[in-house]
Design a binder for this molecule. Structure first.
Ligand code: BGC
Length: 702
C-alpha cells in the first residue's frame, strides 16, 4: 500500500545514501544527518522515517564528534569468549538502546566473518573461528539490537577476510567451503536474529564483487537463507547499476553513483524492471515496519551511563581468559603486598579497536598519539579508554601496594619487578580496519620486556590487550597469562577482580592461538600489487574522488582459500600442528571432571554427561561437544556441535544435556546443492576444549 503511493523519485531515494556524512549534520532531501556513517532520508509526506545508521560493533561510534557518550564494550572477539548467548543479547541490547538514545535507527555492526586470515586488522570485530559459535553469538547480539526497535545488520558478506587490498582482492573458494564455514556463520546469525540488513563486502568472490554477486546475494542469502531484509553495500562497495540491481543489491551506501539517477534511467529505459525496483523498495520498507520503527519512533534521550558501565563490566568479566596459572600464582594471595604494573600504558587506560568501529574514549584519548603522518586518516591511530588498570588495582589492592613503571627502560622495569612481590606486565597490539597485522607477534620490544621482567621476578604475570591471537615466545618463563582483549570501559575493574580472585574466570578462546605465524594456513599475508592497493585517499585527495576511483573497480589480485573447510582448529587438527592454546581453552581457579557420556540418536542427537567441580571454588564451566565424521565425508577431524555453560558449587556434580539438531552435523553437497547426512560412524566427544576431550562415544548414523 505504501509503495503504491510513492513516486519514482521517492522510491529511488530509499535505495541510496546521501554522501559522506560522518560527524556532520548536512541537510539532505529534507532529512538531517544524525552524524552517522549513512542514511536514507525520511519521506514526511508518507510518514516514512529516515534510516539513520551508525557503526556500532562494540559500542556506538563517533559520539565525540557530536558531543555524545557511548559505552565501549569488550571487543567482539573478546566477548565471544563468554560462549554466552544471553550475554551476547545484552551486549546488542545495550548497543541498540544507545543508538536509539543518540537518534539512530540502524546499527552497522554484526561482523561475523571467519578468521581465515587471523592477522586481518578486523579480527577483533568478529566472533571467532567456529561458525556455530560465531553465528550463535552474533545472532544474539543482533537480536538484542533489534529488541530495541533498531535495524540490525550482519557484515561483511562475504569472505572479506583480509584488509590488505580489500577493494580489489578476489577470494577464490569452493562453494562447499563457503557454505560450511563463512556463510554458515551468517546463516546461523540470520536465523537467530532476523537481522534487517546485510552489508555486502568490498572484495570479489570467485570473480564478482560481493555487492553484485548473484550466487552470494540471490542464490544463497535471499533464496536459501530466506533473507527478507535489505542488502546494503559497504561504503563505496557498489560497482554497477543494472548488474548490482539484478544480482541482489538493494541499497548503495554512502552515495548515489549507481543507485541514484543512473538507476532511475535504467528503470525508465526498462533495463531494470519496475518489479525489480519495487522489490528493493519493499525490502527496505518492510524492514522499517518489521523492526518497529513506525510504531516506536526514535526519540533522543540522555543515555544511562551507569547502566552501561554495569553491563560493560559484566561482559568483561565473562570475556577475560586465564591462559596460564603455574603453581596457582593467581589469584594473588593475601601475602602478596606489593604489585608492580609494567608497561602497556597501564597508568592511563586500555586500548580499543580502531577504524569505523572506533568508539570514542569519553573525555578524549587517554594516551594521545603523536601527530598523524601526512595523508593518514582515521583508523591508524591507537585510541585508549580512560579506564586505567593502575587506578582499578589501587582501588582493589590498596593505594600504597600498587605501583607502575612504563617499561620504556627494561632494566628499570626489572629492578622494580625484583622489589615487588608480583609483577604484572601489560602487552598490547593495536588493531584497526584498513590494515592487517604484520605478524601475530607483539610489536616493538614488548617480548623483550616481558622476558627481562620474568627473569627478575618468578611471580610475573602477563596481561594481554589484543584483538586477535598473540604468539608468546616467553610462555615458559612467566607464571601467569591473562588475555584481556580490548576490554572496554570497565575492563580494568573486571581484570582487578579476576586477579584478586573476587571473580573466577570463565572465558574460553573463540579462536586458536598458534605457536607462530608459520603455522597459519597462509604463513605470509598475500599483499596486493600497488595498483590494487589504495583503500584510503591519497594525501590531499578528496574523499569523493577517491570513492569514485574505488567504485570503478581496482584491478583484481588473487587469494586462494584452498585450506577450504579447515578454518581455525580444523586446520591445526587436520595438519596435526601443536598450538599454543587451542580453540575452546580457558582456565579457572577451580577444576572440573567429566564422566558418563551417553548419546541418544534419533531426530538429532541428545548428548548427556556429568560435570563435577573438583576444586574449592564455585565456577562456571563451558562444556563442549564435538563430532568426527565418517571418512567418506571428507571433513576435518572434528566440528563443534554444541556447548553448555554449567554453574557448579565446590564439589557439586551436574548432569548436562545438550540437544544437537541434525543440521549441525550435515555436510554441504555441491553437485546437488543441498545438505546431507553422510551415513557411517561418528565419534561424539565432550570436554573442556577442542583439545581436551576425555569423553567419547561412537554412534552410527544413517
Ligand atoms: C567499513 C564498514 C562500515 C562502513 C561505514 C566501511 O569502511 O568496512 O564496516 O560500516 O565503512 O563506516
Amino acid at each position: 500500500m505504501v509503495i503504491k503511493e510513492m513516486t519514482l523519485d521517492e522510491r529511488i531515494s530509499l535505495l541510496h545514501g546521501q554522501g559522506f556524512s560522518f560527524g556532520q549534520q548536512r541537510p539532505s532531501s529534507g532529512t538531517e544527518s544524525n552524524g552517522g556513517a549513512g542514511l536514507t532520508p525520511a519521506i514526511p509526506r508518507l510518514g516514512i522515517p529516515a534510516i539513520q545508521m551508525a557503526d556500532s560493533a562494540y559500542g556506538v561510534t563517533r559520539g565525540a564528534f557530536m558531543g555524545r557518550y557511548s559505552t565501549a564494550l569488550t571487543n567482539n572477539l573478546g566477548a565471544a569468549s563468554s560462549w554466552d548467548p544471553q550475554a551476547a543479547f545484552e551486549y546488542g541490547q545495550l548497543i541498540g538502546r544507545e543508538l536509539r538514545d543518540q537518534g539512530y535507527s540502524m546499527s552497522l555492526g554484526g561482523g561475523v566473518n571467519l578468521p581465515r586470515e587471523p592477522r586481518n586488522g578486523r579480527t577483533f570485530e568478529y566472533q571467532g573461528e567456529d561458525p556455530l559459535l560465531a553465528g550463535t553469538l552474533d545472532g544474539n547480539v543482533e537480536k538484542g539490537v533489534q529488541s530495541e526497535h533498531i535495524i540490525g545488520d550482519l557484515k561483511h558478506y562475504a569472505i572479506n577476510d583480509q584488509e590488505s587490498g580489500r577493494n580489489a582482492v578476489n577470494a577464490n573458494i569452493s562453494a562447499r567451503a563457503m557454505r560450511e564455514t563463512d556463510l554458515r556463520a551468517f546463516e546461523i546469525a540470520l536465523k537467530i536474529s532476523d537481522a534487517g540488513g546485510v552489508m555486502c563486502s568490498y572484495n570479489r568472490v570467485n570473480g564478482d564483487f560481493a555487492c553484485e554477486n548473484n550466487y552470494l546475494l540471490n542464490d544463497v542469502l535471499k533464496r536459501d537463507f530466506k533473507f527478507q531484509g535489505f542488502v546494503l553495500s559497504d561504503w563505496g562497495g557498489t560497482h554497477s547499476t543494472a548488474k548490482a540491481s539484478h544480482n541482489g543489491l538493494d541499497m548503495e551506501q554512502p552515495g548515489e553513483t549507481f543507485f541514484g539517477d543512473a538507476l532511475k534511467k535504467a528503470v525508465e529505459s526498462g533495463e531494470v524492471s519496475q518489479a525489480e525496483l519495487d522489490e528493493h523498495v519493499h525490502r527496505i520498507l518492510r524492514t522499517i515496519f518489521a523492526t518497529g520503527l513506525f510504531d516506536h519512533p526514535v526519540v533522543r534521550q540522555v543515555p544511562d551511563v551507569d547502566g552501561g558501565y554495569a553491563i560493560a563490566e559484566k561482559i568483561a568479566e565473562k570475556s577475560i581468559v586465564l591462559l596460564k596459572d603455574s603453581n596457582h600464582v593467581l589469584p594473588l594471595s593475601a601475602s602478596v603486598r606489593s604489585i608492580v604494573l609494567i608497561g602497556g600504558h597501564a597508568d592511563k587506560g586500555v586500548i580499543t579497536g580502531g577504524g569505523s568501529a572506533q568508539v570514542n574514549p569519553p573525555g578524549g584519548n587517554a594516551v594521545p598519539p603523536p601527530p598523524p603522518a601526512p595523508g593518514e586518516r582515521f583508523g591508524r591511530r591507537e585510541e585508549w579508554l580512560p579506564d586505567a588498570p593502575l587506578q582499578a588495582f589501587k582501588a582493589r589492592f590498596g593505594d600504597s601496594n600498587v605501583s607502575y613503571v612504563s617499561g620504556d627502560d627494561p632494566a628499570a622495569a626489572a629492578a622494580a619487578a625484583k622489589n615487588a612481590d608480583a609483577a604484572i606486565v601489560f602487552g598490547y597490539q593495536g588493531e584497526s580496519e584498513g590494515m592487517d597485522l604484520k605478524s601475530l607477534d607483539l610489536p616493538d620490544v614488548q617480548n623483550k620486556l616481558i622476558e627481562t621482567v620474568a627473569a627478575a621476578n618468578p611471580k610475573t604475570i602477563v596481561v594481554l590487550e589484543t584483538g586477535s591471537p598473540a604468539t608468546m615466545p616467553w610462555i615458559d618463563k612467566v607464571s601467569g597469562v591473562i588475555e584481556a582483549w580490548f576490554p572496554g570501559i570497565r575492563g580494568s575493574e573486571a581484570l582487578a577482580k579476576i586477579v584478586a580472585g573476587d571473580v573466577n574466570p570463565t572465558g574460553k578462546l573463540a579462536i586458536t592461538f598458534p605457536k607462530s605465524d608459520a603455522d597459519l594456513p597462509h604463513p605470509t599475508l598475500v599483499l596486493p600489487p600497488p595498483e590494487s592497493e589504495p583503500h584510503r585517499p591519497a594525501p590531499g585527495q578528496n574523499i569523493s574522488e577517491f570513492m569514485a576511483q574505488m567504485q570503478k573497480g581496482l584491478p583484481a589480485f588473487q587469494v586462494q582459500y584452498d585450506e577450504g573447510l579447515k578454518v581455525g582448529y580444523k586446520w591445526y587438527d587436520a595438519e596435526k600442528k601443536p598450538v599454543l592454546f587451542p580453540f575452546g581453552f580457558g582456565l579457572s581457579y577451580t577444576t572440573y571432571a567429566y564422566s558418563g557420556l551417553s548419546v541418544k540418536t534419533g531426530d538429532g542427537l541428545t548428548v548427556t554427561f556429568t560435570v563435577k567441580n573438583t576444586g574449592h571454588r564455585a565456577g562456571t564451566e563451558i562444556a563442549q561437544v564435538y563430532t568426527s565424521f565418517p571418512e567418506s565425508a571428507g571433513e576435518p577431524p572434528k566440528r563443534l556441535i554444541g556447548w553448555a555453560r554449567v554453574e557448579l558449587a565446590p564439589g557439586e556434580s551436574k548432569p548436562v544435556t545438550i540437544t544437537v539438531p541434525q543440521d549441525r552435523y550435515t555436510v554441504y553437497d555441491e553437485p546437488s546443492d543441498s545438505w546431507k547426512l553422510v551415513p557411517g560412524s561418528y565419534n561424539i566427544m565432550a570436554g573442556s576444549s577442542s583439545r581436551d576431550l576425555p569423553l567419547a562415544k561412537s554412534v552410527s548414523l544413517q
